[in-house]
Each structure stands twice: as C-alpha cells, then as structure tokens.
Design a protein around this ligand. Structure first.
Ligand SMILES: *[C@@H]1O[C@H](CO)[C@@H](O)[C@H](O)[C@H]1NC(C)=O
Ligand SMILES: *[C@@H]1O[C@H](CO)[C@@H](O)[C@H](O)[C@H]1NC(C)=O
Ligand SMILES: *[C@@H]1O[C@H](CO)[C@@H](O)[C@H](O)[C@H]1NC(C)=O
Length: 179
C-alpha cells in the first residue's frame, strides 16, 4: 500500500518532468482469453471503430459457476520497447474487498475509474450474472489520461489476470497507443 502510493507519486513527478503536453489515446487491439472454459466464456470481445474519433470496446463474460464470491484481479501495465516490457504496477487486488470500499486503494481506484461507469461489475461480490463492459470509449480514456494523469507517449498494454478462488480463469489485454 505504501509502496504503491510511492510508485504513483514517483510516476506522476516523472511524467510531469518529462512532458506536460496533451496526449491522445488510441486503442489498437483487445484480447480476451479464456483459461478455464468450465468457469467462464467470452460471449463477445471486440473493438469497434464508428469513425475516426469514436472507437470503443465491448465485452461480455458468461459465468458458469455462480454465485462467484472470491475474485482477485492481477493487473500490470506494459510499455513497448522491443516487445512489451513491465512498465509499472503489477499488483493483485481482492476485487470483492476493494469494491466494498473503493477509497481503500487509490491506485486501484484510479484504474477502476476507467471501467466502472461502463460495466455492471460496479458492486461487490457475489456475482451471479454475466459481466458486461459496454462502449468503453477512447474518448473517455483520453479525458482521463490527459486530464487526470498524463502518460508519456508510446505503445502500452494493460494486462489483467482474472482470478476466482485463487485460479486464473481469464486474461484480458488492452493494447493502446498514446500519441
Ligand atoms: C463519430 O461518431 C459519434 C457517435 O456516433 C458521433 O457522436 C460523432 O459526431 C462522430 N464524429 C465524427 C467526426 O463524425
Ligand atoms: C505479474 O508478475 C507475475 C510474476 O512475475 C506474473 O506471473 C504475472 O503474469 C504478472 N501479471 C500481469 C498481469 O502481467
Ligand atoms: C451498475 O451498473 C448497472 C448497469 O450499467 C447500473 O444499472 C447500476 O445503476 C450501476 N450501479 C451502481 C451502484 O453504480
């Protein structure tokens, strides 16, 4: 917790020293991989470009062993430089505990802020329904990334391991480019 805060502050300071320019986010790809098909499946998972400025990500996860009462999320951000290299933040969060009290973890709160208004995974456990992310748009990312926490330009991947009952059940990867 202390270390996470330190990392976030160090990161913010660094980024502000490097550049204070408006950035632009472009989603380049998403990947949804099922690790345990008996536990869950992706009904759909795609990126859609409506026009040059409006691009979004939609996905739906079917859960086969409901109610799900123990969920952890292991997330990390990678940056491309001769392949994707760990960039920051490889941590595991107990999603059930976190969602009960989102203010308890500011870094996860920041990341959760990207998804919460677009997803029905906005309450704590148990989960007894399919999980949906609906029209998570590049525009929204742009606003948050540039206004709240500017990132240096480059290619990034957000890698998330979805863990239920201490086993990885699905992997989600969002590839994006900051221009
Ligand atoms: C792109 O599509 C969105 C949603 O349909 C629309 O609101 C926006 O005006 C469009 N932008 C351009 C440049 O056509
Ligand atoms: C975090 O690090 C561990 C140990 O190196 C690795 O197994 C795991 O895949 C990483 N998590 C993500 C989301 O990349
Ligand atoms: C959670 O998301 C659902 C579907 O998007 C919405 O109907 C509901 O009001 C949201 N609940 C909270 C607590 O934000």
């Amino acid at each position: 917790m202390k270390r996470e805060l330190y990392l976030l502050v160090a990161f913010l300071v660094n980024v502000h020293l490097i550049r204070e320019v408006q950035s632009l986010v472009e989603f380049t790809n998403i990947k949804c991989e099922v690790v345990d098909p008996e536990f869950c499946n992706f009904e759909y998972c795609y990126l859609k470009s409506v026009n040059r400025t409006y691009k979004y990500c939609d996905l739906k996860v079917n859960l086969y062993k409901t109610p799900v009462t123990k969920v952890k999320l292991n997330s990390a951000i990678y940056k491309f430089a001769n392949g994707y290299k760990p960039f920051m933040y490889n941590v595991t969060v107990d999603a059930c505990k976190f969602l009960k009290n989102p203010k308890s973890n500011p870094v996860t709160g920041y990341i959760h802020g990207f998804f919460k208004d677009f997803s029905n995974m906005n309450h704590s456990c148990p989960y007894d329904h399919d999980l949906v992310v609906d029209k998570l748009s590049t525009q929204f990312f742009n606003d948050r990334v540039t206004k709240i926490l500017p990132f240096p330009e480059g290619k990034y991947m957000v890698h998330m391991n979805w863990i239920a009952y201490d086993t990885i059940r699905a992997v989600f990867k969002l590839y994006l480019q900051i221009l």
